[in-house]
Design a protein around this ligand. Structure first.
Ligand code: ADE
Length: 223
């Protein structure tokens, strides 16, 4: 999978892709992420990419021309499955969206700033608008990292067996059951006996019951 990220602050997104599982995905050639500095597509000598809104009002608007030029150039090089705009007014990211995106080949992520982008960029290029939650960040960069992480870890071969995505919370609309590791007893708090029984059918049954119980308790909306 190739992800092209367009931003005015690409440096904000460097370390997540240079660390741990995402780095390994890159090293294995399973994912590649390319950053594009929007100011490189500015049409004036001040490298301006934003301007005042028509009709007045607070905040600046990201101009249509640099964004159109940047996205058009990328599109002339390969076919993109989606051009995604990270914005608080998009659809809220969930595991299902991450699953769907994880089987795509080429994605563009556009990080918004200021008041947002000129509507004509949306009309011309954007195929999906995604929010990572009902709160407002200073820009789309951290949201782009969250989206990329949620998608890349699902690409076959990125996680090993122990990290398997199949047992994630949300993968079957349930939260994860409690998990334990050594010691068996810590300050009087015991690991549930069933987990020490070696009866894997019973353990699976217990885990499912616990997952349902915890989901009912914390996130009844998922059931
Ligand atoms: N940009 C600013 N806030 C955002 C959010 N919650 N999700 C996605 N992009 C954003």
């Amino acid at each position: 999978m190739r992800i092209d990220i367009i931003s005015v602050l690409p440096e904000l997104m460097e370390s997540p892709f240079k660390t741990s599982i995402l780095k390994r995905a890159m090293d294995k050639g399973l994912a590649e992420v390319h950053f594009h500095h929007l100011r490189d597509w500015s049409t004036n000598k001040h490298r301006q990419i934003d301007d005042e809104p028509y009709g007045g009002g607070a905040g600046m608007v990201m101009m249509v021309e640099p964004l159109d030029k940047c996205i058009s150039e990328l599109k002339s090089q390969r076919n993109y499955d989606e051009v995604i705009y990270l914005t608080p007014d998009g659809i809220t990211l969930n595991q299902k969206i991450a699953n769907t995106l994880s089987i795509k080949n080429n994605l563009i992520f556009l990080c918004g700033h200021y008041k947002g982008i000129d509507q004509r960029v949306r009309d011309l290029h954007i195929t999906k608008e995604i929010s990572i939650g009902d709160y407002v960040l200073t820009g789309g960069e951290l949201a782009a990292c969250v989206l990329a992480d949620s998608v890349i870890r699902l690409i076959p071969g990125v996680l090993n067996d122990e990290q398997s995505a199949l047992t994630d919370s949300f993968q079957d609309d349930l939260l994860s059951p409690p998990i334990y590791t050594r010691p068996e007893n810590y300050k009087g708090l015991e690991v549930p006996k069933i987990l020490l029984s070696g009866n894997f059918a019973k353990i699976e049954e217990w885990r499912h019951e616990e997952a349902v119980r915890i989901t009912r308790e914390k996130r009844p909306d998922l059931l």
